[in-house]
Design a protein around this ligand. Structure first.
Ligand code: DMJ
Length: 673
């Protein structure tokens, strides 16, 4: 190792800057001279004697200290200024002082943290309105409403009160979570179910599901008890011989499978809730929780599984508040979405819910118009609940497309639509029966569901009813019953499906929602006709299809029944319309007609070992020829509407708050009347 300046021998090398002082700087040498000039000269000399580096270091230190001085001066000046500036201080008091008061670390987080923590302490936000954690576990009609509070806290007292309130609310919510009132009774919900998704969109939340009057339950009457008895009998057959399968075959004491998804059980869930059948409901719920699996390699019909399964799960979720049903609804909803992947966006009829593939029926690329336009209530509601707009987008697109499509006849639609071209096919045939029926029903119901804002839906509905009046209405002989026939290439046919009997109820619902009063008049005449379709058959049960006599003939009734049409599938449409008519008019004759029908179901379709069966011949009371099948809609719709028809409690599914899907599953109206 080399050194440029060799250190003196024996002296250790020092790593510091040496400052050499002159002899006069040595105190005591040469006497003490403290004159100003001497001191200045002496300082200057000392400064000059410093090396460049030494001078730079000293200068740097000086500048650094000066900067620090300025900074601390400014920060001390501000509070001083705020204390002295009284008016400024007064202006800020409202906002700043409460924030300072909130900074009590023993109770609440510091102010800055409080702002970043709105979710935990909603009352502490001074800018946004408070959002209380919303209870969604309880049944929708029992959910508590958050107490109204100011968004601003003005005093420490207010702050503390807000905190106490939050604690109280939390307590109430916890209690609410652990108790579900069962139409008077009290049950403990399954603790394992999670609250519904936090993604639920707040803006579209209907107020109807937030706070319904918690009044005394109206006692159940004799006729309602008879419906409960009928339901229990049907359920017994299903439970004993078809548990977890699609449909009961009550005579052969077995079951039939359509999709293999427990169709009857799901369709019946909300009926059990409405009828107050707690035990049956709990048992069915367990099956849904443990055994209902949608991850199955099975083709399902989009429409049928939407109205029965998705609709049933959604309404049960709303009535019970149990998130299990929402989770299942989301699952099936997602699995049905591949149906919309078509060139025209008009969905295919069939979906494989396990594989995620969809296809039209084997013989055609057409879908049925009623099917593609009667899945909207359910998918729209699923979007509202999940906050995922894809469901609503897909079904809204179908409605928009159909709205502008040519091929309608005064608002009446053909029965088929092509999934490739998006055009109607089989033009020229118009019916309100099979393949078109619920298109009309869902126009009105979507309009009501969405808060009566979607004008295109209303336009299409009004135009269609005008089309019905213009082309399809006729009167029969001898009783002059007004009925809805069909039009085929300009030729009127006096044929009417039992399915058309949804129409009086829909018309009445329209009038109740502010539409033309003459719709109600038409509803009154049509429900009379539907009733006559029952009354004029020997069993008092309507056939699937009737033909009306247009000309009086001796010994002939209004209703003619062809051998191929004389079956009865336990369908709900007439009872459904009777329910609406009774709700809106209070005329007891509708209840009496419904009571007759129930008795005839009991007389001709009840199977002693459990269950009810559809029959082949409504004209033969001595042998109605049981078909050995109980359709899921008998429990999902027919008995539910019976029970509601016999009730005088308008809050038992209040029609200003709920809209029934076409399978009788009530869904909330987004903006209730
Ligand atoms: C049900 O599945 C629905 O009511 C549908 O709209 C028509 N068919 C049956 C009942 O008849």
């Amino acid at each position: 190792m080399y050194s440029a300046v060799p250190a003196a021998a024996g002296s250790p090398r020092r790593d510091f800057i040496s400052v050499t002082l002159g002899p006069e700087e040595v105190v005591g040498v040469g006497g003490y001279n403290n004159s100003k000039a001497w001191r200045r000269r002496s300082c200057w000399r000392k400064w000059k004697q410093l090396s460049r580096l030494q001078r730079s270091v000293i200068l740097f230190l000086f500048v650094f200290l000066a900067v620090c001085g300025v900074i601390s001066y400014t920060s001390m000046w501000e509070p001083w200024k705020s204390i002295t500036n009284k008016s400024l201080d007064d202006q800020r008091t409202e906002q700043e002082i409460p924030r300072l008061k909130l900074a009590n670390p023993a109770v609440l987080p510091a102010p800055q943290k409080a702002e970043a923590n709105h979710g935990d302490y909603p009352e502490l936000s001074l800018q946004k309105p408070p959002k209380l954690p919303h209870v969604r576990r309880g049944p929708s009609n029992l959910q508590i409403k958050a107490p109204r509070r100011d968004t601003r806290l003005k005093t420490r007292h207010d702050t503390m009160r807000a905190v106490e309130e939050l604690v109280e609310v939390d307590k109430v919510e916890k209690t609410e979570k652990s108790i579900i009132s069962w139409r008077g009774a009290v049950i403990e919900p399954d603790q394992s179910t999670e609250p519904p998704s936090s993604k639920i969109t707040e803006p579209e939340k209907p107020s109807s599901v937030e706070a319904e009057d918690q009044k005394e339950p109206v006692p159940i009457n004799e006729r309602q008890l008879a419906v409960i008895e009928a339901f229990r009998h049907a359920w017994k057959g299903y439970k004993d011989f078809a548990w977890g399968h699609d449909e009961l075959k009550p005579l052969s004491k077995s079951y039939s499978e359509w999709f293999g998804l427990g169709l009857t059980l799901i369709d019946a869930l909300d009926t059990m809730w409405i009828l107050g059948l707690k035990e049956e409901f709990e048992e069915a719920r367990k099956w849904v929780a443990n055994d209902l699996v949608f991850d199955k390699n099975v083709d399902v019909n989009l429409f049928e599984s939407t109205i029965r399964i998705l609709g049933g799960l959604l309404s049960t979720y709303h009535l019970s508040g149990d998130s299990l049903f929402l989770e299942k609804a989301k699952d099936i909803g997602n699995r049905l979405m591949p149906a919309f992947k078509t060139p025209s966006k008009i969905p295919y009829s069939d979906v494989n819910i396990g594989r995620g593939t969809a296809h039209p029926p084997r013989w055609t690329s057409d879908s049925t118009v009623a099917e593609v336009t009667s899945i909207q209530l359910e998918f729209r509601e699923l979007s509202r609940l999940t906050g995922d707009e894809k469901f609503q987008k897909a079904v809204d697109e179908v409605m928009k497309h159909v709205h502008i499509l040519s091929g309608k006849n005064d608002g009446l639609v053909p029965m088929f639509i092509n999934t490739n071209s998006g055009q109607f096919t089989h033009l020229g045939v118009y019916t309100l029966g099979a393949r078109a029926d619920s298109y009309y029903e869902y126009l009105l119901k979507q309009w009501i569901q969405g808060g009566k804002k979607e004008n295109e839906l209303l336009e299409d509905y009004m135009r269609a009813i005008d089309g019905v009046k213009k082309h399809l209405l006729q009167r029969s002989e001898p009783k002059k019953l007004t009925f809805v026939g069909e039009l085929a290439h300009g030729h009127f046919s006096a044929k009417m499906d039992h399915l058309v009997c949804f129409l009086p109820g829909t018309l009445a619902l329209g009038t109740h929602n502010g539409l033309a009063a003459d719709h109600m008049k038409l509803a009154e005449t049509l429900i009379e006709t539907c009733y006559q379709m029952y009354a004029q058959a020997e069993t008092g049960l309507s056939p699937e299809i009737v033909h009306f006599n247009l000309h009086a003939q001796k010994g002939h009734k209004d209703v003619e029944i062809k051998p191929a049409d004389r079956h009865n599938l336990l369908r709900p449409e007439t009872v459904e319309s009777l329910f609406y008519m009774y709700r809106f008019t209070g005329d007891k004759k509708y209840q009496d007609w419904g009571w007759e029908i129930l008795q005839n179901f009991n007389r001709y379709t009840r199977v002693p070992t459990g269950g009810y069966t559809s029959i082949n011949n409504v004209q033969n009371p001595s042998n109605p020829e049981p078909r050995d099948k109980m359709e899921s809609f008998f429990l999902g719709e027919t008995l539910k509407y019976m029970f509601l028809l016999f009730s005088d409690d308008i809050d038992l599914i209040n029609l200003d708050k709920y809209i029934f899907n076409t399978e009788a599953h009530p869904l909330p109206i987004w903006v209730p009347a």
